[in-house]
Structure formats: structure tokens, C-alpha cells
Design a protein around this ligand. Structure first.
Ligand code: GDP
Ligand code: GDP
Length: 436
């Protein structure tokens, strides 16, 4: 999942979210809507010429009760910490303002590449007005029009020009990458410490990688694992690092780099709204998912406790019906020894590839059990099913008419695939295509 992270910074109203939505384009509208999950527009994945980028709109990171200058400063700091490339956005209508100068000053301190973009250049006559932006000392200004979608290609080309080919090329090795995500205090860092053994506690200061993320390697039964971004679990005390949006953004970045995400919930407190949001991001990102119920030692238990807790989870995380649940305690280490094998199994399912011949046996079976629906006398025909990619497993169903394929039939096919092959822990995707 090698990808590049771009942060957009700039004062309010220059057009950051407009540009963000332009670049992200259709992606936000194609992801299914998960009820009860807030869709934050501060972080999203997009594709440009076959390369994957992660985008952060720092303007969406608002820190209540902070004055204007602190808000801007935090946003710039986050961009400098989290991004591979920073786009500083200004606009031609207002010209260079004091705030632009302040942001540029902050960005002068980073050694990451900064691209200066001037938005709202809606017509060619305004192009000559962008030269005053050289005064910011950030190199050539690039004209943009978010309103008309102009100039974005040039900027993204420039981003890839200055960036090395692949920031972390890691698809080819057989290390399993996973992250632990969840609300503060559910026990993520305690779990990491328990998994690694006390002597390798993440609280100690180990030099970070280039991306300000500390990844912790370990090996069990001959299998290499890497815990992604343990730095994100540390509390470092800056005002913005304790805010929910910041931790969500951090979690999303960890998810993008992981094969499997462990969603950690706290048995003592039960499932909360924020848990659902976090789980929703993992589901959408398409990585493998395991639900880890921590602090299991804190509950008075009887024969029904586990079953009841499981029902609560299934109810709260309906979209994660494929995710296994494990009940553990970082404190007593209960069941922690089972975790590596479970992660390995989910990672294997996540990268599993099924032969087309086997899939089409399943398809024939499925159509017998539940014939495809018809609409106004037209009957859906599913001719062929084939797996086109892994991580997550993605299937294409070739049909006579896309309009006739309904969500419920897609879901039925997905369930039939799950019945025949072990895809526990991984989302699977079905794309419908008309046979030409
Ligand atoms: P943000 O606060 O930086 O995220 O700015 P927004 O994206 O919310 O945009 C602020 C205002 O500028 C909105 O009214 C947009 O419609 C407008 N806007 C954004 N891009 C352009 C553009 O390229 N040209 C013009 N004329 N207006 C734009
Ligand atoms: P994080 O913010 O998610 O990284 O959570 P921490 O690992 O810092 O844990 C928060 C608090 O919960 C600490 O006081 C831990 O000692 C405590 N804690 C973590 N795991 C367990 C557990 O399994 N059982 C009990 N009883 N307490 C735990």
C-alpha cells in the first residue's frame, strides 16, 4: 500500500476544501454510506495516474477554544509532521496577506517539499497577478482554479516530480503489517508493550523513521510482524495531539500502511460512538480487521457475558460482520498469545486469490439457490465472476445490464463467496461490469 501523503495548508477561505474535493473527486461518493459513521472530509485517499495519494485538509482540523494564530500554527505543524509534500494554498483575489506570510514563515522551517499554489485564477487574465506570490519565498507559484478544476494536474505532476518513486515500497516482502487503533485509554500502548514484551516498551524514545512513525518489528513462529505507528499512541502533550480529529487522522494514516487493523475497544466502557467512526475508517480503507476487546479482566463475568458483549459489537459494527472478535487483557495477558496467529490468518485471507474456475462453480450454485432478479421484464444475467485483485479481495461480475444488479444481489453473491472460501477478517468487494 505504498502511497504519498499530501497536506493542504492555508488560511480560511482560500479554497482548501474545494481543492481537496476536486482531487478526491468521485471517491467519496462511491464509498457506501455506513449508518452512524461520521464522514470526515479532512483525510481521504485519491488516485492520480495510477498512483495512490493520501490527502489531508488541515483546514478541517479545528481546535476549539484556540485563537486564530494558534489554529493556523497547529495546522502547519501537523502538515509538516504528517505529510511527504505540503501544498500551501493562497488566492489571487486577496493577494498576499499577513496570514499567508505567517504560514510561509512557519513552512520555511520544514525540510519537506512545499509547493505554492494560488487559487481562484479563474481566467487567463489573472495569471499575471500571481507573480506577487514570489514574495513568500516558496518558489514558483502555481495558478489554480478550484471552481473550474484548472491547474490541478500541473501541481500533482510537480508533486510526483519532486518525490522519490515510492516512499515506502513494501508490497513484496512477507512481513505482516498491522496497527492498533481506538479511542484514547482503551489500552493500545499497553497491548503493544505486552505483545513486544516489557523489555521493548514503546515508551522509550527510539529514533523514528523518516515519516515520524515508529514501527516496531517482532517475530513469532518464524513469521515477521511490524506494528505500525506506535508513535501515534504516545501522548506527547501538544494541544492538538489530544484532539479527536488529530488522532483520527493519525489512525487513518496507520491504517493505510497496514495489512490488518486491530480495532481496540474497552470492555469496561463498552462500545461508544467514536469507536464506530474509527471502525468505519478501517472498513473503508479495505484492510483486514480484527476487533480486540481489551480490559476483559475488569468485568464480573458469567456464562453469558462474552456472548452478550459479542452481540453488542455485532449490533454496533454491522458493516464489520466479517471481523473476528477476541477478548483479551493487556494486564493479565489473557489470550494475547493467540493474537499473532489470528493476525496471520486474517492477513492470509486478505491477500487470498481464488481461481476463476472455482468462483464460477460458486456462481452457478448461487444462481440455482437464488435466481438473479428481473426488473420490468428484464432479467439480470451474471455470466462470469473473476477475482481481479487482493488486499482486499476484489471480484468483477460480468453481467448483461448493470442497472439490474442491485446491492442486495451483490451482497448475496459476496456471502456465497464467503461460504465457500475463508475470507474471515477481510472485506471483499464486488464490481459489476457489462460484458461487451
Ligand atoms: P477553505 O476555507 O480554504 O477550505 O475554502 P473553501 O474551499 O471553503 O472555499 C472558500 C470559498 O471560495 C467558497 O465560497 C468557494 O466556493 C470559493 N472558491 C474556491 N475555489 C475557488 C476558485 O477557484 N475560484 C473562485 N472564484 N472561488 C473559489
Ligand atoms: P491507550 O491510550 O489506548 O494507548 O491506552 P493505555 O495503554 O495508555 O492504557 C490506558 C489505561 O488502561 C492505563 O492505565 C492502563 O494501565 C490501563 N489498561 C490497559 N490495558 C488494560 C487491561 O487489559 N486491563 C486493565 N485493568 N487495565 C488496562
Amino acid at each position: 500500500m505504498a502511497s504519498l501523503t499530501i497536506a493542504i495548508v492555508g488560511r480560511p477561505n482560500v479554497g482548501k476544501s474545494t481543492i481537496f474535493n476536486r482531487i478526491v473527486g468521485e471517491r467519496l461518493s462511491i464509498v457506501e454510506d455506513i449508518p452512524g459513521v461520521t464522514r470526515d472530509r479532512i483525510y481521504a485517499q485519491a488516485e492520480w495516474l495510477g498512483r495512490q495519494i493520501n490527502l489531508i485538509d488541515t483546514g478541517g482540523l479545528e481546535f476549539d477554544d484556540q485563537d486564530f494564530n494558534s489554529q493556523i500554527r497547529y495546522q502547519a505543524e501537523i502538515a509538516m509532521a504528517e505529510a511527504d509534500v505540503i501544498i500551501m494554498l493562497t488566492n489571487v483575489k486577496d493577494g498576499v496577506t499577513d496570514t499567508d506570510e505567517m504560514i510561509a514563515q512557519l513552512l520555511h522551517r520544514t525540510n519537506k517539499p512545499v509547493i505554492l499554489a494560488v487559487n481562484k485564477v479563474d481566467n487567463p487574465e489573472q495569471r499575471s497577478d500571481i507573480y506577487e506570490f514570489y514574495a513568500l519565498g516558496l518558489g514558483d507559484p502555481y495558478p489554480l482554479s478550484g471552481a473550474h478544476g484548472l491547474g490541478l494536474g500541473d501541481i500533482l505532476d510537480q508533486v510526483f516530480e519532486i518525490m522519490p518513486k515510492d516512499p515506502d515500497l513494501n508490497d513484496e516482502d512477507d512481513i505482516i503489517r498491522f496497527c492498533l487503533i481506538g479511542r484514547p485509554n482503551v489500552g493500545k500502548s499497553s497491548l503493544v508493550n505486552a505483545i513486544l514484551g516489557e523489555d521493548r516498551s514503546i515508551v522509550s524514545d527510539v529514533a523514528g523513521t523518516t515519516r515520524d512513525a515508529i514501527d516496531a518489528p517482532f517475530k513469532v513462529d518464524g513469521q515477521d510482524y511490524l506494528i505500525i505507528d506506535t508513535a501515534g499512541m504516545r501522548k506527547r502533550g501538544k494541544v492538538y495531539e489530544s484532539t479527536e480529529k488529530y488522532s483520527v487522522m493519525r489512525a487513518m494514516r496507520a491504517i493505510e500502511r497496514s495489512d490488518v487493523a486491530l480495532i481496540v475497544v474497552n470492555a469496561e466502557e463498552g462500545i461508544q460512538e467514536q469507536d464506530k467512526n474509527i471502525a468505519g475508517y478501517a472498513h473503508e480503507a479495505g484492510c483486514g480487521v480484527i476487533i480486540v476487546v481489551n480490559k476483559w479482566d475488569t468485568l464480573e463475568k458469567d456464562n453469558h457475558t462474552m456472548k452478550e458483549f459479542e452481540e453488542d459489537i455485532r449490533d454496533a459494527f454491522r458493516f464489520l460482520d466479517y471481523a473476528p472478535i477476541i477478548f483479551v487483557s493487556a494486564e493479565t495477558k489473557q489470550r494475547l498469545h493467540k493474537l499473532p496467529a489470528l493476525i496471520k490468518q486474517v492477513a492470509a485471507n486478505h491477500s487470498q486469490r481464488v481461481q476463476s474456475s472455482l468462483l464460477n462453480d460458486v456462481l452457478r450454485e448461487a444462481m440455482l439457490v437464488n435466481p438473479a432478479p428481473s426488473d420490468k421484464g428484464r432479467k439480470l444475467r451474471v455470466y462470469y465472476l473473476t477475482q481481479v485483485s487482493t488486499k482486499p479481495p476484489t471480484f468483477v461480475a460480468f453481467v448483461n445490464d448493470k442497472e439490474l444488479m442491485h446491492f442486495s444481489y451483490e451482497r448475496f453473491l459476496a456471502n456465497q463467496i464467503r461460504k465457500s472460501f475463508d475470507f474471515t477478517g477481510t472485506p471483499i468487494r464486488i464490481i459489476t461490469r457489462e460484458r461487451s
